[in-house]
Design a protein around this ligand. Structure first.
Ligand code: BG6
Length: 484
């Protein structure tokens, strides 16, 4: 594991994301030897923390991952806290001095990774100051990692991208979609392009429909303020779901390289049918959870308006109009407070053209890729039922990761941070991908905003269910049903 040399500057260093995801991921990279002696982290935020307090926070955030106090202390000693007002030019001068000092102390060769984990409205000013105050080095690499939300529509995403792009070239911009760092999401390409069996069948002659489910059992937790302005469409569909759709429907890349894969992903996104208002009505369902099973309704959550029309559930039928996927419905679904946490993809194959076994009720073959919570792959097939008679039955052939494999498996953020350190862009969203996905999304958002939905339309699903009835009907209309 080659050691990476870099200075991390984390904007939003006191935040929830930093504590829940970034610090544990950095610690895992440290445990695995990717980070050793030649790294340092500057955490910045407005709060006036001391380095000592910051070290305590770091140790707290990695407590579950470490039983070696010395190691935890040594890791934490690489962290420095800088109270920082992102609009104050003088603060960048202090930041540069500290950055240069640490560069020398730890031998970081001028490599810098700027991690923007705060409100996007500050991205522009941060990037500009990094340049004008010469925090950007001349001798090493300078990469910026950008957290979501990357805009709230095409226009705002474009404005954001222009601001970042005026300082960092595209190859140095790493837009995070943490689903692209998940083991089983990365496995989609291996399954599709590593097996002639699936490669041959991966088209509208053999596939009946594809189903993508990202259901969550949790509600909005402490993020209602953000969620009220985002809703499930922007929070989960624009990024995670559309990335999965793309990986499932793109044509084969010429090689497993960022360039070739991105080209095909963009083509797949370009082939996604952008709906008009009528089509949105026909093909999309939105929902909001009510109270049930002792759980609060969305409208009763803190920071949520009592007549909120924000959707906490979305189901939709997408059409990818390329040669192989024209006519194959891609059903998607995501929501909060659903029955259980499940991230899975079901590829449903067409039934046999002729049924040889007249009295049998053959099921469709289904390939399931389980992303969370139990990573694995399974295939549902028809076989003969054991016995004197000739009956058929449906069986599952399954592969799930062993405990050892799971321990080996890097967490999504850990993988993505290492990718950024190595300059590997493959698992990040390019601007073109974002631009097509926002254009697709904007048409749905606009249709919804223009529709005068009555306040009583929500809530329309109970907690611990799979969402509103209309989500099932969306498939029933086509003679299909959710496999899960
Ligand atoms: C985030 C969303 O991008 O993904 C959250 O903002 C959601 O609302 C989360 O809970 C789900 O991620 P995961 O990895 O737990 O499936």
């Amino acid at each position: 594991n080659t050691e990476q040399q870099a200075l991390f500057i984390i904007f939003g260093g006191t935040g929830d994301l930093a504590q829940r995801k970034l610090y544990p991921s950095l610690f895992n990279l440290y445990k695995r030897g990717y980070l050793k002696n030649h790294f340092a982290v500057i955490g910045t935020a407005r709060r006036p923390w001391t380095d000592e307090h910051y070290h305590e926070v770091i140790k707290e955030s990695i407590a579950d991952l470490s039983d070696d106090e010395e190691k935890a202390n040594d890791f934490a000693s690489h962290f420095y806290y800088q109270s920082h007002n992102v609009n104050d030019t003088n603060h960048y001068v202090t930041l540069r001095d500290l950055a240069d000092k640490l560069d020398e102390k730890y031998g970081l060769c001028g490599n810098r990774l700027y991690y923007l984990a705060m409100s996007p409205r500050f991205f522009g000013t941060i990037c500009e100051h990094l340049k004008t105050q010469e925090i950007i080095t001349k001798n090493g690499y300078n990469r910026v990692v950008v957290e979501k939300p990357f805009g709230h529509d095409y226009e705002s995403a474009k404005a954001l991208d222009d601001e970042i792009g005026s300082v960092f070239p595209e190859r140095d911009v790493f837009r995070i979609d943490h689903y692209l760092g998940k083991e089983m999401v990365q496995n989609i390409l291996a399954v599709r392009f590593g097996n002639s069996m699936f490669n041959a069948m991966w088209n509208n002659r053999y596939i009946s429909n594809i189903q993508i489910t990202l259901s969550e059992a949790l509600g909005v937790e402490e993020r209602a303020g953000y969620y009220e302005t985002s809703g499930a469409l922007r929070d989960m569909v624009q990024n995670h779901i559309l990335q999965i759709v793309t990986l499932l429907t793109m044509n084969a890349p010429v090689s497993y390289s960022a360039e070739d894969i991105s080209r095909e992903k963009i083509n797949a996104l370009k082939s996604l049918k952008v709906y008009n208002a009528d089509e949105v009505k026909k093909n999309f369902v939105r929902g909001q959870y009510g109270s049930d099973a002792g759980l609060k309704a969305y409208r009763d959550e803190d920071q949520v308006a009592s007549d909120s029309m924000t959707e906490t559930f979305v189901a939709g039928k997408l059409a990818v109009e390329n040669m192989d996927f024209a006519g194959v419905p891609i059903y998607i679904r995501t929501g909060k407070r659903m029955k259980e946490k499940a991230t899975r993809i079901d590829v449903v194959f067409k039934q046999m053209p002729v049924v040889v076994f007249k009295d049998s009720c053959l099921k469709s073959d289904v390939l399931t890729i389980n992303v969370d919570p139990e990573p694995g792959i399974s295939i549902q097939l028809n076989t003969k039922k054991v016995g004197q008679n000739f009956d058929t039955e449906s069986i599952d052939i399954g592969y799930s990761l062993s405990d050892e494999q799971k321990a080996e498996m890097p967490e999504a953020y850990e993988r993505l941070i290492l990718n950024a350190l190595r300059g590997e862009t493959m698992n990040f969203a390019r601007w073109d991908e974002l631009s097509y996905s926002w254009k697709f999304l904007d048409s749905i958002r606009k249709a919804w905003d223009d529709e005068d939905l009555s306040v009583d339309a929500f809530p329309n699903y109970a907690c611990k269910t799979m969402g509103p009835k209309a989500s099932d009907e969306l498939l029933e209309k086509d003679g299909n049903h959710w496999e899960f």
